[in-house]
Design a protein around this ligand. Sequence first.
Ligand code: A3P
Length: 324
Amino acid sequence: MEKKQERNEDDDFSESFLQTLEQQTNWDGSPMVKYRGSWYLKIFFRSVLSSHKHFKARDSDIILSTLPKSGTTWLKALAFSIVNRGTICCDIGQNPLLTCNPHTLVPFLVMFEENNPHEFDQPTDPRIFATHVPFKALADSIRESTCKIIYVCRNPLDQFISICHFLTENKLEKDHAGPLGLDESFDMFCEGTHPYGPFWEHMTGYWNAHLENPGKVLFIKYEDMQEDIVFNVKKIADFLGCPFSSEEEERGIVEEISKMCSFQSLKNVDKNGYSFNGLFKNNTFFRNGRVGDWTNYLTPAMAERMKKLVEIKFQGSPGLTFKI
Ligand code: A3P
């Protein structure tokens, strides 16, 4: 049963407040707390609440939203390149993506600190931020302003396998023996016990918001990006109100951006470096980027379980489907 989790706006997100929340450990032993129906890693939770409370979206902001391991890094690279193609990326050879990991160019909202708001003064306009929080947990100013939200959604089976590899490579809990086995982790995933989960609530939250206001929320599938990235680069540019001109299309700018942001191009940039204050190795954001890699790890029975789960959980979200 969920514990009482009301708090006043003036609460300081103290340890005693955290103790009132339901607790769990993630598959790798990292502590998590449940807040208003969603799971958060404890190490990021205070910042999630802080950015929710203090971040003031501008109408021109762009918010990139994903569940972890759904193509966040790719989306950051694409949005950055599309938006800045006329300024810092006007010469494609000067694109900072040639030397920087996309995570250093597009910050997560969770890095927002009340006492350090200027960290968010990006030199470029519009500002671009990323987040993993569910739609319902976005700062009010994001939902109420005219800023745009792009959500990338990935087949949960591939997302699950990608998380398993990522947790094995990046040990958040140094003293922990290592992630749970595949069966136990999959059980927890299917119960919705994972950071920013349950995944179905995350996906349907953004899907329904997209259906309600398609001009505010763009919903793209990772698999569709893999199938036709040129089409989706144009779709993102149109959505952001900066469509490619016919002259740009003739010059091949759409293809150049698609190529620059491809798995092959990005995976070699600063590959020995680290992101998020040394928490994660850059190269672990690029494993193999395949659609359907889950078939190499999961049994048909597991896939069937997921198929049934998704059918039930997506019932109130017409049109949202995955090929499993
Ligand atoms: P895999 O582990 O299946 O390879 P995130 O950026 O949200 O952390 O997601 C990481 C996943 O996206 C990884 O999936 C990674 O390989 C894949 N990925 C990263 N960059 C990509 C790109 N440019 N194109 C396609 N997939 C990419």
